[in-house]
Ligand binder design. Sequence first.
Ligand code: MF3
Ligand code: CO
Length: 258
Amino acid sequence: MIYLKTDEEIELLRENNILVSQTLAEVGKHIRPGVSTKDLDQVAEEFIRDHGAVPAFLGYEGYPASLCISVNEQVVHGIPSPKCILKEGDIVSVDCGTFMKGFVGDSAYTFAVGEVTAEARQLMDVTKEALHKGTAQAKAGNRVGDVSAAVQEYAESFGYGVVRELEGHGLGRKMHEDPGVPNYGARGRGPLLREGMVICIEPMITMGTKAVVFERDGWTVRTRDRKPAAHYEFAVAIRKNGPDVLTDFGIIENALKN
Ligand code: MF3
Ligand code: CO
């Protein structure tokens, strides 16, 4: 069941996704060698609550934290831990969710810890650009497959792996609504995109094999070959005039400059 949103509901989703963007910016300012992923989770939880929201991930199907923090070969759903200490050269995918005013925010960004290799930087840049390529296809009259294919074609043109086991989703009063939004697929296939739909597009792209392993902690997903992965996520509303991105990476990237 796909729920179409009114303009007012889209603005509440935007408020949530702006708060997620601000939270990711705050977390980004704390990312440096020596900090633990648990420290970052505490920064996020306090920031979210101080802004009148609750962390949407905390308690979701028993998930124990406010952020998912996935380092290097971890793709998504890494659980913050005081034992996971960031070091120079790591790439860190941070996924954040909020709940306020009856709606959910959900976005993700991959950060560099200090200087990273040129290979890692390219993986991050290509994954973010794949997200933009997919987003450009998120318009009424297109199908989910148009978004999926745009992400896949761009990422694979660099020889990267596109993870198959996880996908984007509709976003609304619940974090995971229909339709599913895979990062691979065929143009012209899948559910029709209509005005009022809000979807999360979230490419999970790997430097080597696309194959992943689900760790025994019940959450963490890592690459089978232990090569790095990147993950970026936008919430996007499908509007009369085209895609309306509810997430603002500008907030994150401006915070990183200072
Ligand atoms: N943000 C993730 C997604 O896009 C969900 C995180 S899983 C959770 O689907 F359990 F931590 F919430
Ligand atoms: Co999501």
